[in-house]
Design a protein around this ligand. Sequence first.
Ligand SMILES: [Ca+2]
Length: 658
Amino acid sequence: MNSTFCHARWNLAALAWLICITAVGRIAGAASEPPLPSKPNLVLILMDDMGYGDIGPFGSKLNRTPALDRMASEGMRLTSFLACPVCTPSRAQFMTGCYAKRVSMPGVIFPSCPTGLDPTEQTLPKLLKQQGYATLAIGKWHLGDQKEFLLTQYGFDHYFGLPYSNDMGGGEELPRDGVFRSKKPPLPLVRDLEVIEVVPSAAQDKLTERYTEEAVKFIRENKDRPFFLYLPHTAVHVPLHPGDKFKSKSANGTYGDWVEEADWSVGQVLDVLRELKLDSKTLVLFTSDNGPWLTQGKHGGTAGPLHGGKGSTWEGGVREPTIAWWPGKIAPGSSSGAMTANLDVLPTFVKLAGGSVPADRKIDGVDIWPVLSGQAKESSRQAHCYFNGNRLEAVRSGPWKLAIHPQHEGKPGEKPITAAMVKAYKPQLFNLVEDLGENKDVAAEHPDVVAQLQKLAAEMDADLGVNTLGPGVRKPGRVENPVPLLPAGIRYAPDTPATQPSEPMDLDKMKVGDVLEKGRAPQVANRPVSISVDVESKNPNGVIVAHGGLATGYALYLRDGKLVFTVKVDRVPVAITASQTPAGQFNAEARLAADCSMTLLINGQKVAEGKANSLLSVQPAENFCVGFDDKQPVGDYGEPQRFSGTIEKLKVSTKGKP
Ligand SMILES: [Ca+2]
């Protein structure tokens, strides 16, 4: 096929998309679909941080992946399977069939977090259990680490694994006095609801092998009944821990070693299915949760031909190396570029199991069995939304992807996106079929396509919100007093005590340009926060206090001569603005109360009020700054951002009133 023909063909495809966009275009010939074996076994193997270009079937020449090569030669490569930029939201989408924002799981959850996936959600394992499936999860969960949010609360009969990322633990060997003293609690290995071991660094080397043994054992034990195996590996997330048999064996360093061990693990699972003659009644889906962690250098993977990596809504951050395998049902050596996503796994698996998706709530994914079985060329889902946290950054339909917000690339040394960049941004349009690397913005050539995609973004705005939380967002689960997951009889004592958490802090010597680093800053997670300060500004714009950044934080500042207080949780800012702000010196007071109400006072008089979406769910990752914001902006500041004038008598309290 010559390139001119190829180009013409894709332009026709693009034209067809425009004609069809108002009709839901499923091409499946339902009448001719061959009958399915009743209740096939379902296996979902999920890698952590593996990139699009990290395995043989997706072009890797460095990592040897014979099991995945064979899996692809016996099954279907899905070349446009979309996940999320980071771990937690991706996992929420697999488990609920919904955009992570819809189920309030937009960002990464850290240990001892008070929130988790709402246990009343209709999850994939719950729906399969209703169809008589045995259900087991092995590996990384990352949808809440409190007992209320562990896996057996969501329809899994059993669970074995490290429930969050392998870089989130501290401490090494179990101390003799039973008290862990480290910056972070130790990594817990959990069976069902109990911590059965802690996982020091060396023990991580054995995780892939142990997970694999558990998986094979489960398949053998359930060979005579339908089962669902969810196997979200700890591999290949940094820190890298390949097993002894794989160390220093690959041509791609420690990262390649761990990819090759993961490939061995896939081979073990497929081999036991073949041995037990279950291959003809088992669908196995292999994929990853987000793109490669490019800032980790040689310890991160590669996105191959795609732009960007983990943390990004460029394709490299979200498009995953995906293979579907079911000998006899999925054509061997086949490939599909249909737009599919982790959202679609729940509807597809539940349908194959004989169930139906919940009718009492909105589910975003669709059944993609018509694509996997070769009955349809395209999915019946018209659009895909690329969220980064709670912010919608891009929308895709057919071959077209419209970026509506500046996108991080997830590369080392990248400069933060500023409010000025957001303001000046013009939407960029890419044809992903002609331009997989998203190199050429063709918005100017296709205003009609831009308008169609903007319409889809507007529809999503009315449902989940583009920057705010829309009416379609459901609440997360929440506990009052989160605790670290520890083995019985063990205590945890943080070795870096925070600055007095509940006392007013003596900050009144701080002046414009001063910074308190993260550990010394006011400890505000899940607490009310109040700021009082005397200010006199020479400019209509300027930051008074800023603490936090892209995801979580708060800021008090002047914008166009008016006092503004912003509280940002999970990337969604809520700002209240004083209608009038006096010239000369005045006292400004900003309060975020325990009930999430926000109040702004000038010289003791209330001048604005509102309601935040929640308290600050985690300690902000960036510094506490006076008179400027040193990194990612919390608020929508004007220019100049730096305060000019005097800032005096600053007080911050996390009790309520300063
Ligand atoms: Ca991940």
